[in-house]
Design a protein around this ligand. Structure first.
Ligand code: UD1
Ligand code: CA
Length: 466
């Protein structure tokens, strides 16, 4: 589509009373992104367009949250109905664009293909195109009133509808594509003479019919795409529908093996190689990449991480790289159960990180192992290092972080404190229970602990019988 073919108006001024939340409704999240971001992301795929968001309730918060180049905001204060909302956008519309697409900020799962089809139904501004939906229970929806030949005559809001009209099951989804010039004219003629005392956008349909402009009503391809969010329950329902779609796409198109697609949550992008298996209850956030043959155990949370081929992430492991690529796990590595990898954890091939081990801003070279109850922060760890249970790097002096460098083939015994900055040379051994404050040379044994004392003839106190 060439430049300025389309205006896109996104309505996001409503209060969202039924959310019972201080957060404006359109900022509530679905799969890690706000409802409004879903609609905006979709709208970017509609080619060159002028995009206008109508804000009102929590306007400042909404505008700050979604601000982007080329996006403009129009405020609607107070909110006197959907027609009144679009009236506020009129000065911001590009007259050179023959078609204006109207979307809802709280209808997050509309696909670009569907919105594009609606724009095309407007036929360059020679028709008014409505998106409709057949509903088992259309309560609350504006009804599509058609004549005997099936031509659309009007939309009648539920509260204004006669008992006969309420029998109509075709409802208006809230999305339409209108001729820009005619839309401006119709909006200026709206009145609020109706059951709710509001300016209804939907009244323009009868105006178009009166002018002899063709009106088309196109059924939405699926209910999921046109469902809006008005309550926490509806939000969770759409979340599950969206998660199911993502799971199915990954399974059908990439061969991902999910133990249960109903117990899978992706809040971002997941790329998977062949033969990847994910057990139940895992959450993936940000950008996560899983190489060939990776297996993820149950109940892991993995955010912004790259996991290479053949690695196994056991149950209840938490990996958080913070930024994309912020945590890396090498090929064939074994992580967890109950491991925690934090930002800057870069683990080489065949590294083992066992239960209750925390790694932050540290590089572990190939084959290094920390199998139990340990902390590695701001450390550089060489190949094949064995880091004992209970050992920690004391990397923080209360003001600054310092590095610990551990050479290849070092053996750190259990319960050691490596007080950074400190360096341990290749092949050195640190005796269990040592507090290391000075450098250890290559190949040396360092022992820094109280000597064992043997006291003979000592008697342990004994409880007296009652
Ligand atoms: C609207 C439609 C109805 C349709 C239904 C689909 C009208 C008059 N009715 O009804 O035919 O079946 O959506 O869900 O258009 N908004 C504003 N400013 C306002 C009022 C609303 O920005 O002054 C926004 C809301 O934030 C929301 C959208 O417009 O995103 C729809 O508003 P809502 O009050 O939900 O409209 P309904 O009464 O449900
Ligand atoms: Ca609504």
């Amino acid at each position: 589509m060439s430049s300025t073919q389309l205006n896109i108006v996104i309505m996001a001024a409503g209060k969202g009373t039924r959310m019972k939340s201080a957060l404006p409704k359109v900022l509530h999240k679905l799969a890690g992104r706000s409802l409004l971001q879903h609609v905006l992301g979709m709208s970017e795929r509609l080619g060159q367009a002028r995009r206008i968001v109508i804000t009102g309730h929590g306007a400042e918060q909404v505008e700050t949250a979604v601000a982007a180049p080329g996006l403009s905001f129009v405020r609607q204060m107070p909110q006197l109905g959907t027609g009144h909302a679009v009236q506020q956008a009129v000065p911001a519309l590009d007259d050179a664009a023959p078609v204006t697409l109207i979307l809802n900020g709280d209808v997050p799962l509309i696909r670009a293909e569907t919105a594009q089809a609606l724009v095309e139904a407007c036929a360059g501004g020679s028709k008014l195109a409505l998106m409709t939906i057949e509903l088992a229970d259309p309560t609350g929806y504006g009804r599509i009133v058609r004549d005997a030949e099936g031509g659309v005559q009007a939309i009648v809001e539920h509260k204004d509808a006669s008992p006969e009209q309420r029998q109509i099951r075709e409802g208006y989804t809230g999305m339409m594509a209108a001729p820009t010039a005619a839309l401006k004219r119709w909006l200026s003629q709206l009145t609020n003479d109706n059951a709710q005392g509001e300016y209804y956008l939907t009244d323009i349909v009868a105006m178009a019919v009166a002018e002899g402009l063709p009106v088309t009503g196109t059924l939405a391809p699926s209910e999921t795409e046109v469902l809006g969010v008005n309550s926490p329950l509806q939000l969770s329902d759409l979340e599950r529908r969206f998660q199911r779609q993502q799971a199915e796409t990954l399974m059908e198109q990439q061969g991902l093996r999910l133990a249960d697609p109903a117990r899978f949550d992706l809040r971002g992008q997941l790329t998977v190689g062949p033969d990847v298996e994910i057990d139940v209850g895992c959450v993936f956030e940000g950008q996560v990449s899983l190489g060939e043959g990776v297996r993820i155990g149950a109940y892991c949370v993995i955010r912004n991480a790259t996991i290479a081929a053949g690695a196994r992430i056991h149950e209840f492991t938490h990996i958080d790289g913070e930024k994309p690529g912020g945590a890396k796990v090498g090929a064939g590595a074994l992580i967890g159960p109950f491991a925690r990898l934090r930002p800057g954890a870069e683990l080489g091939d065949e590294v083992h990180i066992g239960n209750f081990v925390e790694v932050k801003n540290s590089t572990l070279a190939k084959g290094a192992k920390a199998n139990h109850l340990a902390y590695l922060g701001d450390a550089t760890v060489g190949e094949r290092v064995n880091y004992g249970a209970g050992s920690i790097t004391a990397n923080y002096d209360g003001a600054n972080k310092h590095r610990t460098v551990i050479g290849a083939d070092v053996h750190v015994g259990s319960n050691c404190v490596l007080v950074a900055p400190v360096e341990i040379g290749a092949g050195a051994t640190v005796g269990g229970g040592s507090t290391i404050t000075k450098p250890v040379g290559a190949g040396e044994l360092a022992v820094a602990r109280g000597k064992q004392v043997a006291i003979s003839g000592w008697a342990r106190p004994v409880k007296k019988p009652k």
